[in-house]
Design a binder for this molecule. Structure first.
Ligand code: NAP
Length: 215
């Protein structure tokens, strides 16, 4: 299996995912708009993971060196960063985790002409195999690396092999991946995440997740 680039892996969610995937034996490259910041985060992620192959690089360089590119950046940064990544990703699997909030509390989503943040990613990276996943995975739990993760990762996309590869990423976190349909369903994942954020706020929690029964 080739390396995973985590674009924005210096941030809350991406940093934790990078450390967990490295601990699970995957090669990881943390991406940042600044290479030096990425290197520093990689050093910290190696310390957190205790083991593993993690390095840092500027976002485009990280994406170019990776087999799978995971986007953990704010929606507001999407267009600029994807423009930078476009030549590096081509036919690669690109995993969009974006919950496009225009307001955090209470959570309100942006209105996106393409239908969802993930659909907009696909429009901006037409050759990439865009998959939407990890929207309802709490960064707070992900960063508590010594505690097992539980629950489901809903995965949307139009490329079965790409979806399977993202299912492997969920399994490496100890979570169950569920095939949640085509990329047109990503809007539901993004809305579900906004709903989960609202639950966290009303019940004063930080780590509510999702698990489907009857599977
Ligand atoms: N937090 C969660 O629990 C959670 C759960 C599921 C999904 N998500 C989604 O994951 C994405 C990242 O969330 P997060 O909480 O990890 O975000 P974050 O920590 O605020 O930001 C992640 C990284 O994005 C980069 N970035 C690029 N442009 C930016 C800009 N204009 N302003 C701020 N940062 C910018 C920064 O890296 P550099 O400065 O190094 O470039 C930053 O470290 C979001 O789309 C979010 O909806 C989050």
């Amino acid at each position: 299996m080739g390396p995973i680039a985590v674009v924005g892996g210096t941030g809350h969610l991406g940093f934790g995912l990078a450390a967990r995937w490295a601990r699970a034996g995957r090669r990881v490259i943390i991406g940042s708009r600044q290479a030096a910041k990425a290197e520093e985060a990689a050093q910290q992620a190696r310390a957190l993971a205790g083991e593993g192959d993690i390095r840092g690089a500027a976002n485009a360089e990280a994406a170019a060196a990776a087999e799978i590119v995971v986007l953990t950046i704010p929606f507001a940064a999407q267009a600029a960063i994807l423009e930078d990544l476009r030549p590096a990703v081509r036919a690669k699997v690109v995993v969009d985790t974006t919950v496009p909030l225009r307001q955090y509390a209470p959570p309100h989503l942006e209105s996106i002409p393409a239908g969802s943040a993930a659909a907009q990613t696909q429009a901006l990276l037409p050759e990439a195999r865009v998959i939407a996943a990890f929207h309802t995975v709490s960064q707070t739990l992900v960063r508590r690396i010594d505690e097992p993760l539980e629950g489901d990762v809903l995965v949307c996309g139009d490329d079965p092999a790409a979806k399977a590869a993202v299912g492997d990423l969920a399994a490496a976190l100890g979570m169950r991946a569920l095939d949640a349909g085509g990329l047109e369903q990503a809007v539901t994942l993004e809305r579900l995440a906004a709903l989960v954020i609202g639950l966290n706020q009303r019940y004063r929690r930080k780590a509510i997740g999702v698990r489907f029964t009857g599977m």
